[in-house]
Design a binder for this molecule. Structure first.
Ligand SMILES: Cc1cc2nc3c(=O)[nH]c(=O)nc-3n(C[C@H](O)[C@H](O)[C@H](O)COP(=O)(O)O)c2cc1C
Length: 178
């Protein structure tokens, strides 16, 4: 093993992974007994436009892991800048996380957060073992982008907000399909 490979401690990995700024989403799903589960994640990502695919990675240690490992559908609600309390709520261990949180139930029975930047209702396409996590790839069945607002950002274990960088070339990103 090389020196640098030996240095791949969980602490160093967390530190390095934390340099990749992300948004935050709340994943929702319905257990076989009908109860709802929810989890704050920063592993949510868009994957493909055609077909429309997204992914997230639940940890095997999650209380809700069995649901994400078996449920046919899941939702993803992208948090707005003011979503810190919601993020903290859905990051706490326990059940009943959706109680008292404004949400609606989608056509597939999954919970969708009110006031999210965007919501996605998805059908699981494939699950893939991913070390201490599972990679869940889902096909987007329905989506909503209710209002334009700023996102909640996660970077180096802190909640952040966006600051614009000058000179962004929106037209070029459109050419790239971004
Ligand atoms: C900003 C943030 C991002 C997170 N991202 C993930 C993630 O991508 N995957 C994951 O399994 N847990 C992630 N977590 C941790 C889970 O939210 C947390 O362990 C879980 O909600 C605990 O609940 P449970 O074990 O009762 O299901 C994240 C937490 C925070 C605060």
């Amino acid at each position: 093993m090389s020196d640098s490979a030996q240095g791949l401690t969980p602490q160093r990995l967390r530190h390095a992974f934390g340099t990749f700024a992300t948004g935050i989403a709340v994943i929702g799903a319905r257990a076989a007994d009908g109860s709802l589960v929810g989890t704050t994640v920063n592993s949510f990502s868009s994957v493909s436009l055609a077909p429309p695919l997204v992914m997230f990675c639940p940890a095997r240690a999650l209380g809700a892991f069995d649901v994400y490992n078996t449920a046919r559908h899941f939702s993803a609600s992208v948090l707005r800048r003011d979503g810190r309390a919601v993020s903290e709520r859905f990051a706490r261990t326990g059940t009943g996380k959706w109680q008292g949180v404004k949400h609606r139930i989608g056509e597939t029975g999954v919970p969708l957060l009110e006031g999210a930047l965007a919501t996605f209702e998805c059908e699981v396409e494939v699950r893939h073992d991913a070390g201490d996590h599972l990679l869940v790839l889902g096909r987007v069945l329905r989506l909503e982008v209710p209002e334009e607002a700023d996102p909640l950002v996660f970077f180096r274990s802190y909640y952040r907000e966006l600051a614009p960088v000058g000179g962004a070339d929106y037209a070029t990103f459109l050419e790239w399909g971004l």
